[in-house]
Design a protein around this ligand. Structure first.
Ligand SMILES: [Zn+2]
Length: 242
């Protein structure tokens, strides 16, 4: 059932593209770091549609291959390109970008697979990825918030809610009157204990608005090593906020 299609590139080289039929609804193309190109297609799809799809994406294929070669040379960090890496919870994951007729991002715990209608458009990919990151971050931040919530139950504070935004100069902020906590999207790239610290810090403001002694006494009670984590956050800020 599998099929190999030979595509001639603009530099007169040719590459073999592996066409694989699978039980799927939408077709997509994948370029692996070893530079093999695969197109997965639904079981009964007309092969000519796929040949057209491949030919209309010739530029993207060439660009991706070149980017892969360059990424290997430069070891680029946090880059939404094939073979680039992104950071989540203090770990690096390799990015694969697929040209697809459907937008979706699959994180399998090892790699970030971005299926995109516009795989060549860096801004579009960044937007797509930020949306994914925001949804993942929200789930994670919410769990951390719920972990610390019991501490605050005896104080007469509003029920806290989380808002996530990409910020340039701070990790988080808290609106004391409504309990709305705004967290930096980039915080999700930091370590788990840094995230714990920022969320506990913002929650503590519901009880102690300023950064006076009693604020830090309260914080220290629930996070005795908070000074260490603050230092770590300063280092993270230099790397993650831009
Ligand atoms: Zn503060």
């Amino acid at each position: 059932m599998d099929n190999i299609y030979t595509l001639s590139l603009s530099d007169n080289n040719t590459i073999n593209i592996f066409i694989i039929r699978k039980k799927i609804k939408n077709y997509y193309m994948k370029i692996a770091p070893d530079l093999t190109v695969e197109v997965s297609i639904p079981l009964k799809m007309d092969i000519n549609v796929i040949y057209d799809f491949i030919n209309s994406h010739k530029k993207w294929i060439e660009k991706s291959i070149n980017k892969f070669k360059k990424a290997k040379q430069d070891n680029i960090k946090d880059a939404l390109i094939n073979g680039g890496t992104v950071k989540i919870l203090d770990s690096q994951y390799i990015v694969y970008i697929y040209s697809s007729n459907e937008n979706k991002i699959i994180f399998d715990g090892f790699t970030i697979n971005i299926y995109s209608k516009m795989p060549n458009d860096t801004d579009y990919l960044q937007k797509q990825y930020n949306e994914f990151l925001k949804a993942e971050a929200y789930e994670y931040f919410k769990k951390v918030l719920n972990k610390y919530l019991p501490i605050f139950q005896k104080y007469n504070v509003p029920n806290p809610t989380i808002k996530i935004k990409p910020l340039k100069s701070k990790w988080g902020s808290c609106r004391i009157s409504t309990g709305e906590i705004t967290l930096n999207l980039h915080l999700f790239k930091a370590s788990a204990q840094c995230i714990d610290y920022v969320i506990l810090h913002e929650l503590t403001h519901l009880v102690h608005p300023g950064h006076k002694k009693r604020f830090y006494n309260f914080l220290e009670k629930y996070m005795p090593n908070y000074r260490e984590i603050e230092k770590q956050l300063d280092t993270e800020a230099a790397q993650l906020l831009y």
